[in-house]
Design a protein around this ligand. Structure first.
Ligand SMILES: [Cu+2]
Length: 493
């Protein structure tokens, strides 16, 4: 948070020679350290009054409901999947299978899912800033920047921890302990419910609690922290969430107050404290999702939702919604930019397998809040990160197409990205396909982000769509008072 602004040294790494020193920020003071210490021990001044929350945690009187085999194979309710960690991708979930409650058969959902690349372009084109356009996974490696999780605050007490085995740059192996945690979460949410009160005296009320299983890793890449969660539900849904926290990069400035800034001057961000500008930037997280819905051969279906007008005299209604299923034949059919006024559902289906009533079994990609890159497609960072040109892509499985920004991103020019592969327009129908989802955030810093930002979260779901013959969790029991620990609330008004 105390930046030495405008001092740039260009080094030729091939010759190990300094090429140029530029010092254009000599007139910019180094910001004071006032209010930059975010440690709890530093928050004892009398200016803040934050009312505390009493200690809170979840009880599991009979222990967790998941088991871990061979350190990596997780079994929880009807789910079974494998977790490993990877120096570049962080956490990798593979062989995710669901035991069908009707048939008892273990059915494949996803062969492999992981973060493929992260792109963080800063939006300041001036000399000391234009190059700050990071490709975090390829440049740094998500697991190489992961440290042990805080056993009480990063994950709950009922969490199971996994170590990571990494190598140093000279090939020496070392163990990074407690880098992934797995835990059950109960936040008093509801899995399904209904009250039937139309018949007097015969009220039916059925409610089922929602408990989820979370696999979490957190990487702290320099200034930023990415909280990466894979959340499994017993109804077959997988939610993938990314939380952003940590320290927003600031730029030094002579300004201490917005009143001093000429109206026409572009700050490239927000004055977040005296002499500190939080520079505007984006975050994009590209997910690699090798779906295997009931077998490797799947198809991608865009279910378009459109307004249909009725004919005159046909109905009192003028319009209604109609869906049209379009099976993507080749890669370009599956290059998708999200649009609220031309909406679609995005299904990965198994065309060879149908439900009892004849629908193809599938899983649906459900986007959450998202952001698209607005950079010029020929801007060098955008060419290198051309995987952000669309939010959804589908490619045929190819073992060399794993890293959305290319295998070697250092000094890349964008000739080995997901966009290059996808533009080959290969056939993707009834093939082993990889679904890609690009999750984005525009980050216009605000004063609350200083000196450390409250977590911002977004994500997406992989949701069964006609995968089961009916609601797969009709059979789960409700909670009963007798099953729960005996404790009394001691709250006072
Ligand atoms: Cu940010």
């Amino acid at each position: 948070m105390r930046t030495i602004e405008g001092l740039t040294v260009i080094v030729d790494l091939d010759t190990n020679q300094g090429v140029e020193v530029s010092d254009i920020g000599r007139h910019i003071p180094i910001p004071k350290d006032t209010n930059t210490d975010y440690r709890f021990s530093a928050q004892n001044n009398t200016h803040t009054k934050t009312n505390p929350i009493n200690p809170i945690f979840m009880e599991q009187p009979k222990g967790p409901s998941f088991t871990v085999k061979n350190d990596h194979l997780i079994k929880w309710v009807n789910w079974e999947f494998h977790i490993k960690h990877d120096p570049r991708a962080g956490m990798i979930i593979s062989r995710a299978m669901f035991e069908d409650p009707d048939s008892g058969e273990f059915r494949s959902v996803m062969y492999k899912g992981m973060v493929s690349e992260i792109f963080v372009p800063y939006m300041d084109p001036t000399e000391a800033w234009y190059y700050k356009t990071y490709l975090d996974a390829g440049d740094y490696g998500l697991d190489l920047w992961t440290r042990a999780l805080d056993p009480v605050n990063d994950c709950p007490r009922n969490a199971y921890y996994m170590d990571g085995v990494l190598v140093t740059s000279d090939g020496t192996p070392f163990i990074q302990s407690n880098v992934i945690c797995v835990f059950e979460r109960y936040a008093n949410d509801i899995a399904w419910r209904h009250t039937e009160s139309s018949v007097v005296g015969e009220e039916v009320r059925e409610v089922r609690p929602k408990v989820t299983l979370v696999a979490r890793m957190i990487t702290s890449i320099g200034n930023y922290d990415y909280i990466l969660d894979w959340i499994f539900q017993n109804d077959g849904l997988i939610r993938i969430e990314v939380g952003l926290s940590g320290i927003a990069v600031v730029k030094g400035t002579t300004y201490k107050n917005m009143e001093e800034v000429p109206e026409e001057e572009d700050l490239y961000g927000t004055l977040v404290s005296e002499n500190s500008i939080g520079v505007i930037h984006d975050h994009y997280i590209a997910f690699y999702l090798d779906m295997d819905v009931d077998s490797p051969n799947n198809s991608f279906v865009k279910v378009d939702i459109r307004k249909q007008e009725t004919s005159p005299g046909e109905s009192p209604r003028r319009s209604y919604l109609k869906t049209t299923r379009n099976v993507a034949k080749t890669e370009k059919d599956a290059q998708i930019k999200l649009n609220m006024y031309q909406p679609s559902e995005y299904h990965v289906i198994n065309p060879s397998k149908k439900t009892r009533v004849g629908n193809p079994v599938g899983y649906r990609l459900v986007p959450g809040s998202n952001a698209a890159s607005l950079l010029d497609s020929e801007d060098p960072p955008q060419r290198r990160a051309a995987f952000t040109n669309n939010q959804i892509w589908v490619t045929p499985y190819n073992q060399s197409e794993v890293w959305a920004g290319g295998l070697f991103v250092w000094q890349s020019h964008g000739d080995d990205t997901l966009a290059t592969w996808s533009n080959r327009d290969r056939s993707i129908e009834n093939k082993d396909i990889v679904l890609w989802y690009v999750l984005g955030f525009h980050h216009i810093p605000c004063q609350e982000d200083f000196p450390i930002m409250p977590t911002v979260t977004s994500g997406f779901d992989l949701k069964p769509v006609n995968f089961f013959n009916r609601n797969p969790i009709l059979g789960i029991p409700p909670h009963f008072e007798n099953d729960l620990p005996v404790c009394q609330a001691t709250g006072h008004a």
